[in-house]
Design a protein around this ligand. Sequence first.
Ligand code: AMP
Ligand code: ZN
Length: 114
Amino acid sequence: MTDCLFCKMISGEIKADVVLDDDKVLAFRDINPQAPVHILVIPKEHIATINDLDEAHSDMVGQLYLVAKQIAAQEGIHEAGYRTVMNCNADAGQSVYHIHLHLLGGRLMAWPPG
Ligand code: AMP
Ligand code: ZN
């Protein structure tokens, strides 16, 4: 997708503060962090929203969580705890239409979320 911000980060056209880069997944620090640790884990395949996922994406979705778990340990937040969130469409506040798992930690989280 030529007009997708996150696809441009994958291609290197736009610079990202990369935490992890493998063949299927890229993880980078959020530009507007909502917690001391705020990292976005994205698939390299362009998928706009959760609603666009199908059975063929099962392994990739699992990989997003395995990467989030690994980064949480790297960042030292795995024992205190952390939150993973994937927003879908307008009511959830999705602003970039390339799916991304937010990994948030380093502070106490409130529930319910806003
Ligand atoms: P969402 O609102 O769930 O779609 O999340 C999109 C996230 O992307 C927000 O937390 C933004 O701060 C973040 N974001 C937007 N542009 C950039 C960028 N250039 N680099 C890193 N994160 C970004
Ligand atoms: Zn994209």
